[in-house]
Design a protein around this ligand. Structure first.
Ligand code: ME8
Length: 527
């Protein structure tokens, strides 16, 4: 909605045990595209991202590197995770670290409340734990190891041996919430998206829920349980709470009321934490559940989830150094149906870069600006009377903009881009057909030439606005070239919902020179 309503969107907070790969960047970009879209549509938007710094995984990595977990986390956040945001051009509003005081203090408040209200008790536990997932694994995700792990039980996701843990722990009475969760999925069918993810979650909860172990006492890298300091809070229980501690839970009621509830974007690997455990925690605390939880697919390499632990991770800079951040953003949002798995390939990236960004969009922009410069001394001409063929362009712009907006509201980012590309294709076809270079040779066609170039330039204006959430750097250059910031204001201030309304570009505007938006890439590079 564009009525200034609140749109709070989150990414997972990432483990700082390792460096980011393009899977992490993928989630960041998707969240950022949605946030930029909503911001530009006038919603009261807030994009939160951050890092997950407690737990055994980080502790072990730090120890193996001869340092403390906090020093390790500081180093990784500064050298890797914050720079990632620049690498792929993320305009986040906040960055939370689970070692922030605002987080730690309010996690303790939350926990104390649940304890006081009888939702937490002390018990014994023995089960197989995966440090990679930081989770006691259900039977369905335990498989027999092969190769060096022959004869051992391993995690189906990480393919690494599980550890048998036995401890006295505190437990959250999650089993009490199964019925309420099922009622929630029933009443709000789009609470968990996409449909396949929802079905998986529903059938998981239908089997009944166990209580959840929420503390650990065999190591101390975590937030202390407030009533028993010999325990630290289970890393997932701690981490999920970032979504509320970052927006004022426990300390700024006004901010909290303004932002919460959130739209959570996560990889499907961690859907169950967000669609089962997290709403149960919130219900226990008497808080609203999230607006929706969207589980996107995995980037695959060789048919398996890309991951650092399997040495298949690709650093985002490997792509952006050659192709730039806009191309990274565009490629992953366009080439993969959001919600489904997708394979990354350099060939596909290079092919789409050349065909869609360089030849399709970039060349269109350069041609139009160059023709306005050459035939009208750089001044956007007025349009004469519109013919059917010109009105058709207007219709394509109008419907594509509406379709793109509808696609974004169902988080179908790929469909939004496909819709917007109808404008790119339409304008390229229009110019080829209308041959403004031929019209320019005949003085009697001056008015018609004006109509054609106005139509092309106004179409570009709509493209700049519609594409600015996806390719912010290139569209900012195009906006500059169209020379309209004086008349229309900053690109990011252009209301998205009316982007398709015809005639916003004022005739008489002076265009500026435009360098190639997506320059040709040297064939040697990026291979
Ligand atoms: O799970 N394809 O952090 P994490 C697509 N700290 N997305 C991928 C991906 C791939 N191959 N690999 C990773 C954690 N991701 C917890 C989250 S939230 C309260 C705590 C993305 O560092 C995807 O978003 O393992 C996935 O959910 C996330 O990285 C996991 O990041």
């Amino acid at each position: 909605m564009s009525d200034g309503s609140s749109f709070y969107i989150t990414t997972p907070i990432f483990y700082v045990n390792d460096v980011p790969h393009i899977g992490h960047a993928y989630t960041e970009v998707a969240a950022d595209v949605l946030a930029r879209w909503h911001r530009q549509a006038g919603d009261d938007t807030w994009l939160l991202t951050g890092t997950d710094e407690h737990g055994q995984k980080i502790l072990r990595t730090a120890t193996a590197n001869g340092t403390t977990p906090k020093q390790w986390a500081d180093k990784l956040v500064t050298e890797e995770w914050l720079p990632l945001l620049d690498t792929v051009d993320i305009a986040n509003d906040d960055f939370i670290r689970t070692t922030d005081e605002r987080h730690e203090v309010n996690v303790q408040k939350f926990l104390q409340k649940l304890y006081d209200d009888g939702y937490i008790y002390a018990g014994e536990y023995e089960a197989l734990y995966c440090v990679g997932c930081e989770e006691f694994k259900p039977q369905s995700e335990i498989v027999d190891g092969t190769g060096e792990y022959e004869g051992q039980k391993v995690c189906a996701i990480h393919s690494k041996p599980l550890e048998l843990l036995q401890e006295k722990n505190y437990f959250f009475r999650m089993s009490q919430f199964a019925d309420r969760l099922l009622a929630l999925y029933e009443e709000r069918p789009d609470f968990v998206q996409p449909e396949s993810a929802r079905n998986e979650v529903v059938s998981f909860v239908r089997q009944g829920l166990s209580d959840l172990s929420i503390s650990r006492s065999s190591f101390d890298w975590g937030i202390k349980v407030p009533w028993d300091e010999s325990h630290v809070v289970y890393v997932w229980f701690d981490a999920l709470l970032n979504y509320i501690t970052a927006v004022g839970y426990g300390q700024d009621d006004e901010e909290f009321a303004r932002r919460w509830p959130a739209n959570h974007l996560v990889g499907k690997d961690i859907l169950r934490f967000h669609a089962v455990i997290w709403p149960a925690m919130l219900m226990a605390a008497g808080l609203e559940v999230p607006k929706r939880v969207f589980g996107h697919g995995w980037l695959l390499v060789g048919g398996e989830k890309m991951s650092k632990s399997k040495l298949t991770g690709i650093a985002p800079t490997q792509i952006t150094d050659t192709f730039g951040s806009d191309a990274f953003r565009y490629y992953f949002m366009r080439a993969i149906n959001f919600g489904q798995d997708g394979s990354f390939s350099w060939e596909d990236l290079a092919a789409r870069y050349q065909a869609e960004l360089a030849n399709g969009f970039g060349n269109l922009a350069s041609r139009v600006v160059a023709m306005v410069t050459r035939y009208f001394e750089g001044i956007v001409p007025p349009a004469g009377p519109y013919r059917d063929v010109d009105l058709h362009v207007q219709e394509v712009v109008r419907t594509a903009a509406a379709d793109a907006d509808a696609a974004i509201s169902r988080l179908a980012i790929h469909d939004a881009l496909t819709a917007i590309w109808r404008i790119v294709d339409e304008l390229n076809g229009y110019i080829t057909e209308q041959e403004p270079w031929a019209l320019a040779k005949d003085d009697a066609q001056r008015e018609l030439l004006g109509t054609v170039l106005y139509t092309a330039a106004e179409g570009l204006r709509s493209l700049a606005v519609l594409l600015s959430p996806v390719i912010p750097a290139a569209t900012a250059k195009l906006w500059e070239a169209l020379g309209v910031s004086g008349e229309l204001g900053a690109l990011t201030a252009q209301p998205l919902r009316s982007a398709g309304e015809w005639g916003q570009l004022p005739a008489g505007t002076e265009v500026n020179g435009l360098e190639a938006l997506f320059p040709r890439i040297d064939a040697e590079a990026g291979a």
